[in-house]
Design a protein around this ligand. Sequence first.
Ligand code: ADP
Length: 418
Amino acid sequence: MNSSCAHDSNAGKESQRAEEDAAINRSLSRIKNKLLVMSGKGGVGKSSLAVNLAAGLSLKGYKVGLMDVDLHGPSIPRMLGIHNQTPLQHKDGIYPIPVNDLLKVISIEVLMPDKDSPTIWRGPLKIGVIRQFIADVIWGDLDFLIIDSPPGTGDEPLTVAQTIPGAQAVIVTTPQEISLSDVRKSINFCRQVDMPIMGLVENMSGYICPHCGQKSAIFKKDGGKRTAVSMKVPFLGSIPFDIQLMEKGDQGQAYLLNNPAPAVKEALDGIIEKIITSADQSQSQKKVLQPLTEVLPTMNAINATSNSVKIAIPMAEGILCNHFGHCEQFALIDLQGKNIIQKVMVTPPPHEPGLLPRWLGEKGVGLIIAGGMGQRAVSLFNERGIKVLTGAPQLGPEELIAQYVDQTLITGDNVCDH
Ligand code: ADP
């Protein structure tokens, strides 16, 4: 293969990825709160918790989506008895299946050739399938999206965490030490990818007697609570082991919607209340911080509203191009917390007034670091919710981002006078 072919195929991949990013942003932009239910290992009750959180939030009147992204064990459709239903597929994407008026569900199972045979996905393919799936689902307006993510701290949860900007983690564990050591890894994983942790849930904590309904502590308990305290993570509550919860799951019924034992209902309600309070707090923080981000979108402001942003830098000859409208390319940089997750170079369409704000908006750009830019263009970007820093120095994109992240980026005069 000659070098120009390799170049073309890289450019093709980059533009496909940029299109996918734009589709993901479109699909997720109308969702207020995104919760990623995670666990250090399988079998601790992650999917059961995801189902019951979603059901419980819908019972309280919230519009909820539940998305199963666990490639190796998509169990949510079975737990809700909808595994034989086929979601509506449209040229623009896939519609989730309604469970009740307020709750809709989709599973990555819809992309699987045969639901009952084990599917072997290899590395990059797995990541591609997860990204494509997240981009394709048409949610509409939601208060909460609950995502059942793959267990562990490998490529799959990493892809989910990086693909869903603004998501917060709910981590599930059981009280045994083996599970607690995994949960510490999950907490560190969230910290590394700068994903806020809404809290920790201890599942199978104590036992509900099927005869008398009383709770007894036949297993160890409170290990999750102690881990939460020692790792400085909010503790959301404990759910007892209840054979009915397991049976309802096997029968395809969400336990919270089908006569749960009072002790389990109380436990789940308590966790849901804490989640609602925490989500309300993040929403009101967003509102308070809005004017601040408009004045100067510093790293702090962006971190507080969502921990990721796509930044566009106009480029010519490898450095920032002072004349915005005449740049050769844009560097599009995905920043998660303080880390660059990916950088792609894209060529803008031929210059036409008003075109770039729409084009960059469709790519999901939230901030532009520019040299000179006309006031009219600044206003057009702002109208689309894209913030603009002007007067930045003519440096390479990585250097500009490093200065921006460290809050040492000095923006001088906007040298564009038209
Ligand atoms: P994961 O998603 O972590 O792999 P699941 O939610 O699939 O775990 O749960 C594993 C098994 O444990 C399922 O059979 C489920 O019904 C059962 N289970 C989960 N939580 C409880 C609980 N609190 N009481 C009883 N059974 C439970």
